[in-house]
Design a protein. Structure first.
Length: 119
């Protein structure tokens, strides 16, 4: 099965895969798998977390540290797999921050929180 990478920017996935112990073919599959779960929780995330950007059906939330570890455990992922997902979502936010002129703000937030992109 080949994954599409869901709402994440292709460059974000490539960069995350290069830094992770997960192949470039496997990471899009993991992203799609996580998206299937995240999509069912979109409303819950909207009530619980800070939405930092929303556009074209894509929503970006800041979540607590450890969120990806918890979600990874729920999905039965190995540490390297959920860490690659966390890195891909963070890299997507960095690229989005550059486009929006908010890169420094987003970088600072990533020091204390994680990010989830749903779309």
């Amino acid at each position: 099965m080949t994954g599409t990478g869901g709402p994440l920017d292709g460059n974000a996935i490539v960069l995350a895969a290069a830094k992770a112990s997960v192949s470039g073919e496997r990471l899009p599959e993991l992203v799609d798998r996580a998206q299937a779960t995240l999509e069912t929780r979109r409303d819950e995330y909207g009530r619980r977390y800070e939405c930092v950007h929303e556009e074209n059906g894509q929503v970006v939330f800041f979540v607590e540290e450890g969120h990806w570890a918890d979600l990874g455990a729920e999905l039965g992922l190995e540490r390297r797999e959920w860490a690659a997902l966390r890195r891909a979502h963070a890299e997507h936010l960095r690229q989005l921050g550059g486009e929006l002129g908010r890169r420094a703000e987003f970088e600072t937030a990533l020091d204390v929180r994680e990010v989830v992109v749903i779309g």
